[in-house]
Design a protein around this ligand. Structure first.
Ligand SMILES: Nc1ncnc2c1ncn2[C@@H]1O[C@H](COP(=O)(O)OP(=O)(O)OP(=O)(O)O)[C@@H](O)[C@H]1O
Ligand SMILES: [Mg+2]
Length: 580
């Protein structure tokens, strides 16, 4: 895990080295200042040597100035290294997510990915900054101050040692308890994010089903859980401060008492006593810092693990070694294809599919919900890879093609397609970035989208909101079809893409396809018989298998499922799942 993370710091190696160096310089300066103070008191104030006071005072100001400079530089480089590290992590995660195949994406939740890209990365950024600054500063300050204290007076210094040991044990206990809580806090964060993400992205459905109350209670519970965990963790951390105060004041009391006795018997000077008191603060402050760093670092281990998981996730659909960049034609062949979404699934979603479709054919696909229609067509553009057998396009296994080439030539209008925020034209040009205005208009004519676009005041410049919320379901579907047409594909797949379009327009789109793009192989998944009955051939899917394959007339004669659906729909009642 550390090795993976270290790769993203490389760019900021200099800053990562300079930060602790400046921090060490700061500590050294801080350690010598009390010595100068002692000298001012003992050799200046007590003997009335004004010159010595001026000299030492000047030196002290200089040292303090240098210490300040070192502190500022340390802070600056620390910030640069840690924010740069975070930027690199985010970028790498984002880029890796872009390579994910559908099955990689299935593994993570959207909310989980967002938490990883935001909260988790911020944790790592803070922890790294702490590590660079505090992890050198605190131990160095502790050791320097301790050494100086022993150098000045061994007896008094042993008071520190005792205090440090007691405090270290108490802080250690505190930290281990808090860590346990923080570990749980991050799990709760995922829950909270999931609740927010789901609710906000589906707010319309929530409202339509009057589920606000339920959603609110779900959210209240998630945020309540987080609140309780944080209260527990933070109240433990809050004990840090009184514990510190208690130890500091006990130490000061002990030192003053012992120091006073020693001054009276001339074993210690007043100046030395004042530096010892200053070191006392240094030592205990560093201990507190260390405990804090420890909490931060343990908190970030969970985050680091979650980040590395995304970074190391291997896309399971990648380009082959010597990819083929040309697809000869729109022939499709399924050769003993079986498929399941999970490797260890007991039952296959598609079972031993054999199928040959000629270039330019129009194929209708029909079947009940969950019978594997979408799964079948998703294999053609390699959104998923087959579990067994092979899928051929243009006479070659789809796994031999360059992925971009394949997906440009096999245009799929997915079942739950989305539009992006931007103008209609922007959205259309997802299909072809260089498409001219005429080409865009032509594609919209084929998809019957021009009718409603022309009626919009801004026409093709109309702004589409995120997710396409300001166009109707049928309009969205037609825009998605036009977008796919702009790819000028050899194979066009419409997965239930005209379900929200009225029957007349649906027919018009199909006729346009037949006349204007006869060379393109068209696969049309539909629930309505009318959408597929004019196709060259029709596939009837049932329980992951092909139940029938033929023309409308042939299937009416020979296929029971097809006849049932036909009857139920022509009699004007029932639908696919509930035959009349
Ligand atoms: N991403 C996925 N992960 C796991 N299982 C899935 C996934 N997508 C679909 N399935 C399962 O695979 C089976 C076939 O689903 P598929 O989407 O191919 O059906 P479909 O025929 O397209 O149905 P519909 O008409 O409702 O769109 C279903 O049992 C479904 O639960
Ligand atoms: Mg489907």
């Amino acid at each position: 895990m550390l090795k993976t993370l270290a790769g993203y710091i490389k760019e900021f190696k200099t800053a990562s080295i300079l930060t602790p160096v400046f921090m060490l310089l700061e500590v050294v300066m801080e350690t010598v200042i009390p010595l100068m103070m002692a000298s001012i008191i003992d050799r200046g104030v007590e003997v009335g040597d004004i010159r010595h006071i001026y000299q030492m005072g000047g030196l002290m100001v200089l040292t303090a100035g240098f210490s300040l400079f070192a502190g500022i530089m340390g802070g600056k480089y620390g910030a640069r290294a840690s924010t740069g590290f975070a930027r690199n992590l985010r970028k790498a995660m984002y880029e890796n997510i872009q390579t994910f195949s559908f099955s990689n994406i299935d593994k993570y939740s959207t909310a989980g990915l967002i938490t990883r890209l935001t909260t988790d990365v911020t944790n790592i950024q803070n922890a790294y900054q702490m590590l660079l600054r505090m992890c050198t500063r605190a131990p160095a300050s502790l050791i320097c101050a301790m050494a100086m204290a022993f150098f000045i007076n061994v007896r008094i210094a042993s008071i520190y040692l005792l205090a440090v040991i007691v405090l270290a044990i108490c802080l250690g206990l505190l930290v281990t308890r808090t860590m346990k809580y923080f570990d749980q806090v991050f799990k709760k964060y995922d829950g909270l994010n999931a609740s927010i993400q789901e609710n906000v992205s589906a707010i319309r459905v929530v409202k339509a089903y009057v589920r606000e109350k339920h959603e609110k209670s779900k959210f209240t519970e998630a945020s309540g859980n987080l609140y309780r965990m944080f209260v527990k963790a933070e109240s433990l951390i809050a004990l840090n401060s009184p514990l510190m105060q208690f130890t500091v004041y006990s130490c000061i009391l002990g030192i003053s008492w012992l120091g006073a006795k020693m001054i009276v018997s001339s074993q210690l000077t007043t100046g030395n006593l004042s530096s010892l008191l200053a070191y006392c603060m240094n030592i205990l402050m560093s201990l507190m810092m260390l405990s804090f760093v420890f909490v931060m670092l343990t908190m970030s281990v969970a985050s680091a693990r979650r980040i590395v998981e995304v970074l190391e996730e291997q896309a399971d659909i990648t380009n082959p070694q010597d990819p083929v960049y040309e697809i000869k034609n729109g022939d499709i062949c399924f050769d003993h294809v079986s498929f399941s979404y999970k490797q260890d699934a007991r039952e296959m979603v598609l079972k031993d599919i054999n199928l040959t479709i000629r270039s330019g054919e129009t194929i209708g696909i029909i079947g009940g919900t969950g019978t594997g229609k979408s799964s079948l067509v998703n294999l053609i553009s390699r959104l998923y890879d087959v579990s067994e057998g092979r899928v051929l396009v243009g006479g070659r296994d789809v796994r031999e093609y360059d992925l971009d080439t394949l997906r440009n030539q096999v245009a799929a209008v997915l079942q739950n397609n989305v539009l992006f925020s931007g103008t209609i034209l922007d959205n259309l040009r997802w299909g072809d970035r260089e498409a001219t205005m005429e080409e865009c208009i032509y594609a919209c004519q084929l998809a019957c989208a021009d009718e409603f676009i022309d009626k919009l005041p801004k026409g093709y410049e109309t702004y589409i909101e995120q997710g396409g919320t300001n166009v109707s379901g049928g309009q969205k579907q037609r825009l998605c079809i036009a977008r796919a047409l702009l790819k000028k594909p050899k194979i066009l797949i419409l997965d239930d893409s005209t379900s929200a379009v009225d029957t007349a327009t649906d027919g018009k789109i199909r006729r346009a396809f037949d006349q204007k793009i006869p060379g393109t192989t068209k696969l049309i998944i539909a629930q309505r018989i009318t959408s597929v009955q004019n196709a060259d051939r029709i596939i009837v899917m049932d329980e992951g298998q092909i139940n029938g394959f033929g023309t409308h007339e042939e299937l009416l004669k020979s296929n029971e499922i097809y006849r049932d659906v036909y009857d139920s729909q022509t009699e004007g009642s029932g639908d696919f799942d509930q035959p009349a």
